[in-house]
Design a binder for this molecule. Sequence first.
Ligand SMILES: [Ca+2]
Ligand SMILES: [Ca+2]
Ligand SMILES: [Ca+2]
Length: 227
Amino acid sequence: MKHWLLSCIALALLVPLVAGAGPVLETEPNNSLAGAQSVDGHFTLNFSPDIGNGTHVDNTSLTIPHVTVRGSGDGSFDYYSFTFPGPGSTFGFVVLDIDHSSSSFDSRVALWGPTGDLLGHNDDYDHRGGAGGSLLHYSGVMSFDSLMATYVTTPGIYVVGVARSTASPGPGPTGYVGGEPLIGDAYTLQISVENVPVVPEPSNWMLMALGLGTLTSWRQLKRWRQD
Ligand SMILES: [Ca+2]
Ligand SMILES: [Ca+2]
Ligand SMILES: [Ca+2]
């Protein structure tokens, strides 16, 4: 019984690795447009209560490929890149949505195109936009969490930048000036992009094969120990 339980735990750990799904953890250094951390290969259509299209009502996690990034500050800017589009498409809707910021962090988010052109940026947004994940922080309906949405049509590598609200975004290769996230700042960045490849969800057969493989490995290990 104990062995079976351990196998199940191992399987639970293996499945997200195989699927490539789940949050992407920020990897430093990612401090410049040219040094952005790629999130390609992590887009999914798994449900998330925190992913929407900027309106007050729509959850788009099941319809628009998305990736969740967990980042934190260390006195440097944080840049993330994705490749657009996937095969057979020419345009796509992009939503960049900051959620679950630490109380210290008033975010700004920005998007740069394949030639380094600044496509847009946002400081604060309606807390109801982008589905859940953002708190009402001051008067009216606004949150310190950022959100921006735009359409893209040019194939290539796009870069998302996360900074403090005091940062000034400019064109590449410089990008942001001033306002780097600081130690103690933390945030979740939701990147939604139409028409990019998604990680396929593991099929039941794959789950079963993984379970059998784990059990076999465990029995093999037990046999070795007995030899
Ligand atoms: Ca950084
Ligand atoms: Ca959100
Ligand atoms: Ca803000």
